[in-house]
Design a protein around this ligand. Structure first.
Ligand SMILES: Cc1cc2nc3c(=O)[nH]c(=O)nc-3n(C[C@H](O)[C@H](O)[C@H](O)COP(=O)(O)OP(=O)(O)OC[C@H]3O[C@@H](n4cnc5c(N)ncnc54)[C@H](O)[C@@H]3O)c2cc1C
Length: 415
C-alpha cells in the first residue's frame, strides 16, 4: 500500500494546478483521476484567462429576455424542463447574488484571484515548457448595437476605477486588430490584460507532466472510493490503495458524487456548454478570442480550428446532450467571421461547476479533518486553476496566503 502526504482527486486544470503547487512545496502527492489529465471540462473551454473579470454572469433581466429563454429562442441560454424544479432554489439564489450590492460583493471577493490569474499561469507555463500555448493579446468583446454596448457601461466604469486596462474600439479600429472580422457590430472593447491559450487540454497535460517530473504520482482510480482509514484518507486505484493525511477534492462538476455521501451538501449546479471547431475560410484568422455579447457565444482560435463555444444550458449533468445553441448562434458567428466546414461531426459538451454565488470553494471541508475542497470554478476554471492551487497549497502547508481565503470558504453557505 502506497502512502503520500496528499492525495488530489481530479486531474482537470484545478486539480492539476493544486497538485503541482503542493509538490513544489515539498509534499509527496498522488493525483488520482479515472481519465487522462484535462480530458473533461478542462478540455473544451474557450481558453480565455480572464484576468480582467469583474462581475459574475448576470441573471437575465427583464420580461423580454426571460420570455425568449422560456420559449427556447435565446442563443445564450437553454434549459431542460425536467431539470427546472430541482434548480429553482439555486436559480433564485443566483439571481439575488448577481443584483445590486451583492454583484459588488462578487467583485470584491474575487478580484485578488483574477488579478493573479495570468501571472500564475505564466509562471507555471514557463516551468512546464508550455509557454507556446500562451497568447498575451487579450480578448475582444463585441456589441452589435449601441444599446447592448450602453448596457455594459458599468463594467467599463468600474474597470476605470480599479485601474484595469480596456479600450473601446470602433469597428474600423477593431478590424485593425482582427482584419478577418466583418463590420457587422457597432462597438468592441479590447481587454489587453486578459490572455488566452491555443489548447487548454495540452496546458493541463503539461502541468501534470511537470508534476510528474517533480516526483508526483499520477494514478488511475475512482475518487468515490475515498474513505477514512484511521487517521488517513484512502482511495483505491489500479495500483492498490493509497493513503494520505490530506485529501483534496478537485472533481469539478463531479465533486457532489463524493461529497454527498460524506454529508457535505453545498449549492452547486452545472451550466452545461458546448463547442464545435470550424475551419476558417481562405486565409481568415484570429489572434485572440472574440466574445459576442449580444448572441452569447465565443469564437476562439485553437490548434484544432476555430472553437465556437456556447453559453449556459440548465440541465442535468448526465442528461443527453442537446446542442441546440450551436445552431442558434451559428448564423451570427458566420456573419462575423468566415467559418467554413465543421471539424467534428458532433459538438463537445462540458459542465461548468457553479455555486449560487459564482465563487469557488477553496479551503477545508467542514467537519472532515484533512479533507480539502477546490472546486466550483464555474466560467473561470482555466483562469483560476493556478491561482486557486497556490492559495490552497499555502493554506495546507500553513504558509502566509497571498490573499484572504475567507470569501472562498465552504462555511459561507452555513446558516
Ligand atoms: C463551453 C465552455 C467554455 C468555457 N470557457 C472558459 C474560458 O474561456 N476560461 C475559463 O477560465 N473557463 C472556461 N470554462 C470553465 C472551465 O472549463 C471549468 O471551470 C474548468 O474546466 C473546471 O475545471 P476542473 O478541474 O474543476 O474540472 P474538470 O476539468 O472537469 O476536472 C474534473 C476531473 O475529475 C475527474 N473525475 C470526475 N469524477 C471522477 C471519479 N469518480 N473518479 C476519478 N476522477 C473523476 C474527471 O475525469 C476530470 O478529469 C468554460 C467551460 C465551458 C463548458
Amino acid at each position: 500500500m502506497a502512502r503520500t502526504d496528499a492525495i488530489v482527486l481530479g486531474a482537470g486544470i484545478v486539480g492539476a494546478s493544486a497538485a503541482l503547487h503542493l509538490v513544489k512545496r515539498g509534499l509527496s502527492v498522488a493525483l488520482v483521476d479515472r481519465r487522462g489529465p484535462g480530458e473533461e471540462t478542462s478540455y473544451g473551454n474557450a481558453g480565455i484567462i480572464e484576468g480582467n473579470t469583474l462581475f459574475a454572469h448576470a441573471f437575465p433581466n427583464g420580461l423580454e429576455a426571460l420570455l425568449k429563454i422560456a420559449l427556447k429562442q435565446s442563443p445564450e441560454a437553454n434549459y431542460h424542463l425536467a431539470a427546472l424544479p430541482g434548480l429553482v432554489p439555486w436559480l433564485l439564489q443566483y439571481r439575488a447574488n448577481t443584483r445590486g450590492a451583492r454583484a459588488m460583493d462578487f467583485v470584491k471577493a474575487m478580484r485578488p484571484l483574477y488579478a493573479r490569474a495570468v501571472a500564475e499561469h505564466e509562471a507555471l507555463m514557463a516551468e512546464a515548457g508550455a509557454a507556446r500555448y500562451l497568447r498575451k493579446s487579450g480578448w475582444l468583446k463585441i456589441y452589435w448595437s449601441d444599446a447592448s454596448f450602453a448596457a455594459t457601461a458599468r463594467e467599463r466604469e468600474l474597470a476605470a476605477e480599479l485601474g484595469l486596462s480596456r479600450r473601446a474600439l470602433t469597428p474600423d479600429e477593431t478590424r485593425a486588430l482582427e482584419p478577418s472580422l466583418a463590420p457587422v457590430f457597432a462597438h468592441a472593447v479590447h481587454w489587453p490584460e486578459a490572455a488566452s491559450v491555443s489548447n487548454p487540454a495540452a496546458v493541463t497535460k503539461a502541468y501534470v507532466d511537470l508534476f510528474t517530473k517533480l516526483g508526483g504520482l499520477v494514478l488511475n482510480g475512482d475518487a468515490r472510493t475515498l474513505r477514512r482509514s484511521g487517521e488517513f484518507w484512502r482511495v483505491d486505484n489500479d495500483e492498490g490503495p493509497v493513503d494520505a493525511r490530506i485529501a483534496v477534492v478537485a472533481l469539478g462538476p463531479w465533486a457532489p458524487d463524493l461529497l454527498g455521501p460524506l454529508g457535505i451538501r453545498l449549492p452547486l449546479a452545472v451550466k452545461r456548454g458546448y463547442h464545435r471547431h470550424y475551419k476558417a475560410q481562405g486565409n481568415a484568422a484570429l489572434s485572440r478570442p472574440i466574445v459576442d455579447t449580444d448572441y452569447g457565444y465565443c469564437l476562439a482560435p485553437m490548434e484544432q480550428g476555430m472553437r465556437l463555444t456556447t453559453g449556459a444550458e440548465f440541465a442535468g449533468r448526465d442528461a443527453a446532450p442537446t446542442p441546440v445553441q450551436i445552431d442558434r448562434v451559428l448564423p451570427a458567428a458566420k456573419a462575423l467571421f468566415p467559418l467554413g466546414d465543421g471539424v467534428e461531426a458532433q459538438p463537445w459538451m462540458g459542465s461548468r461547476p457553479c455555486f449560487s454565488d459564482s465563487r469557488p470553494v477553496i479551503g477545508p471541508a467542514p467537519g472532515h479533518p484533512g479533507l480539502w475542497l477546490d472546486y466550483g470554478h464555474a466560467h473561470w476554471g482555466l483562469t483560476l486553476g493556478p491561482a486557486s492551487g497556490r492559495l490552497l497549497a499555502e493554506m495546507i502547508t500553513g504558509a502566509a496566503t497571498f490573499c484572504d481565503p475567507k470569501p472562498y470558504s465552504a462555511d459561507r453557505f452555513a446558516s
